[in-house]
Design a protein around this ligand. Structure first.
Ligand SMILES: *Cc1c(COP(=O)(O)O)cnc(C)c1O
Length: 409
C-alpha cells in the first residue's frame, strides 16, 4: 500500500539573492526602515514600490503582519468601537481578530458551496446590522464574482476591504486580487505566497486612507522617506491627528521579500500544476465534491479543498485518520474543537456569532490540504490516489474503529 512521505509544512528555501540581500542588511546593521545612510533608499521603501507596481496600485505600505494590515486598514477608514463589520463566516482567526482589535464587532455572512461569500445573505446582514464595511476574506484563494460584489456593495453603501492572504498573485477577469476594494491587505507569513516569516502589505489608490495608514503604522514624521506614498501635503493636514500604532516592516524582511516578488508569477504557474494534478486525480470520485473554479478566476493553488456532502462526523474522522496513516495530512473544518491553524466562526466566542445553518452544513464536510511548492505534480498525483482510495474504502467499510487505520484489517 503506497504511503506519501513528503512534508505538508515544508516551504522552499529563501532564494540565494534574498539570502545575500539579507546578509548585506545584517552587515550594515540598519534594520529599522528609517535608519538609512545618506542617499540610501531603504529595502522596505523599495519593496513597497515594487509591490505597488506589481498590483498596479498607486500606494503601498509594508507592515509587521497580515493581521496588522487588516486592523490598520479598518482604523484608517475610521472603524471604531462597537461598529459592525461584515465578514465571511468561512475564514481564519486573524480576520475577526483584526475586527475585534479596533473594538468593532464581526458580523458573519454565510458561505456558498463554492466557498465564496453568499451575496443574498450579505444584503440581509448588511441591512439588519447597519454595517458600512465589509472585510472580504478570499479564503483559501476562492474569488467570488468581484464585479457583481462591487455593484452590490455600491447599492448597499458598503466599503470593501480585501483580505488577500491567500490571493497574492491571483486575479478576477485580469484585475489583481486586492484592487477591487478600497484597500487590499496581504500576508507574507511563512505559509502564504511569499515568505518573510511574518509580514503584511496594504495597497490603495486613496491618498487620504493611505496617509492615515502610514502614520498609524508608526512612521513618526518620516513619511517623506516612503516611495509608494501620497505627497507630503496629504500628511501635513492630518499628522497631528493620527495616533502611532507601531507595526512597521523592517529592512531585513524586506530584503528577503524583494527577490520573491520577482518569482511570484513563476510560483503561481507551479502551484497551478500541483493543483491541476490533484484535481485530475480526484475527479469523479464517488462521495467527493470538487469545488468548481470559474473561468474568470486566476487562482493560486497553494491549497486544495473538497467537500464530503452529507458525511457523518464519524466517517470524516475515519477518513482523516486513514489518510494520516498513509502520510496525507487533511484538515477538517467540521471538527468540534479548533486544531492548530484551523478554526471555525463558532469557535470565536468573543464575537458572539449568530448560528449560520448553511455555513455549518458546508463546513461539516469541508476538507483542506496545503500544497507547498516543495511538492511535485508526481507527489500531488500520489496524494490524489491515496485520498481517492480511502474515500472509497471509508464509504464501503463505514467508520468501524477496528477498521479506522489501513493495515489494521
Ligand atoms: C494568514 C492569514 C491572514 C493574516 O495572518 P498573519 O498571520 O497575521 O499574517 C489573514 N487572513 C487569512 C485568511 C489568513 O490565512
Amino acid at each position: 500500500m503506497e504511503r506519501f512521505t513528503g512534508s505538508f509544512t515544508q516551504q522552499e528555501p529563501i532564494p540565494e539573492d534574498g539570502i545575500e540581500a539579507a546578509i548585506a542588511v545584517l552587515r550594515h546593521g540598519r534594520l529599522h526602515r528609517y535608519n538609512t545612510a545618506p542617499d540610501e533608499i531603504a529595502e522596505t521603501a523599495l519593496l513597497e514600490q515594487e509591490f505597488a507596481a506589481l498590483t498596479g496600485a498607486k500606494y503601498c505600505l509594508a507592515v509587521a503582519s497580515g493581521g496588522y494590515a487588516m486592523g490598520c486598514a479598518l482604523r484608517a477608514i475610521g472603524v471604531g468601537h462597537g461598529d459592525p463589520v461584515l465578514s465571511n463566516a468561512f475564514t481564519l482567526a486573524p480576520v475577526p481578530g483584526a475586527i475585534a482589535s479596533v473594538g468593532a464587532v464581526p458580523v458573519f455572512v454565510e458561505v456558498t458551496e463554492d466557498l465564496t461569500l453568499d451575496f443574498d445573505d450579505l444584503a440581509v446582514k448588511a441591512r439588519a446590522s447597519g454595517a458600512r464595511v465589509l472585510m472580504l476574506s478570499h479564503m483559501r484563494g476562492h474569488l467570488c464574482d468581484m464585479e457583481a460584489l462591487q455593484a452590490l456593495c455600491c447599492d448597499l453603501g458598503i466599503t470593501m476591504i480585501e483580505d488577500c492572504a491567500h490571493t497574492m498573485g491571483a486575479a478576477w477577469n485580469g484585475v489583481p486580487s486586492g484592487r477591487h476594494g478600497l484597500i487590499g491587505c496581504y500576508s507574507m507569513q511563512t505559509y502564504k505566497h511569499v515568505n518573510a516569516g511574518e509580514g503584511g502589505f496594504l495597497i490603495s489608490d486613496d491618498p487620504q486612507v493611505m496617509a492615515r495608514a502610514i502614520l498609524l503604522s508608526g512612521s513618526y514624521m518620516l513619511y517623506a522617506r516612503h516611495r509608494a506614498a501620497p505627497p507630503p501635503e496629504v500628511f501635513e493636514a492630518i499628522r497631528l491627528d493620527v495616533p502611532n500604532v507601531s507595526g512597521r516592516m523592517d529592512n531585513l524582511r524586506a530584503a528577503i521579500l524583494r527577490p520573491q516578488l520577482r518569482l511570484l508569477g513563476d510560483r503561481v504557474a507551479r502551484w497551478a500544476a500541483l493543483y491541476r494534478s490533484l484535481e485530475a486525480g480526484l475527479t469523479a470520485t464517488p462521495g467527493l465534491h470538487l469545488v468548481p473554479r470559474p473561468a474568470q478566476e486566476t487562482y493560486v493553488g497553494s491549497s486544495f479543498q473538497f467537500l464530503l456532502p452529507g458525511w457523518s462526523s464519524a466517517l470524516v474522522t475515519a477518513l482523516v485518520a486513514r489518510c494520516a496513516a498513509r502520510g496525507v495530512e487533511l484538515k477538517w473544518f467540521g471538527a468540534e474543537q479548533p486544531i492548530a491553524f484551523t478554526s471555525r466562526y463558532d469557535h470565536w466566542r468573543y464575537a458572539n456569532p449568530a448560528p449560520l445553518p448553511r455555513t455549518d452544513r458546508i463546513l461539516a464536510g469541508l476538507i483542506d490540504l496545503r500544497l507547498p511548492l516543495t511538492f511535485t505534480p508526481d507527489d500531488t498525483g500520489q496524494i490524489a490516489r491515496i485520498i481517492r482510495a480511502e474515500v472509497l474504502a471509508v464509504q464501503q467499510q463505514g467508520a468501524d474503529p477496528a477498521l479506522a487505520l489501513p493495515g489494521a484489517d
